[in-house]
Design a protein around this ligand. Sequence first.
Ligand code: CO
Length: 138
Amino acid sequence: MFTRIDHVGVAVEEIEPALELYRDRLRLRVAHREVVADQGVEAVLLDVGENHVELLAPLDSGTPVGKFLAKRGPGLHHVAYLVDDVDATLAALREAGMPLIDEHARVGIRRSRVAFLHPRGMGGVLTEIVQPAADVAP
Ligand code: CO
């Protein structure tokens, strides 16, 4: 079901200072940058081998990441697992009784299809499953 970790999501107040850390000091390559309106974030994906760090800055304070920052401050936000088939994985997780935030997949960064599992079923870890678009390398 889960093939590997795709990325860790890191909540930041602003993208540029975070890029000074991840891109300039850690020398990670920026693979993609996008405003994901559906999730209320500006997101930047940086490559770490075949995995990624996903920086997430809220579009405004009322978005999920904006509320997260207000409550907990910047830091680790979620862990995302790569899956072959997000619909089949969601169905299997539902059947296993896992609490889901998203009953259906939605559009994520780079036209991926994503869904979030509730942290209460995951030991407190907000968890995302991600199926890349067919023409985008994971
Ligand atoms: Co993510």
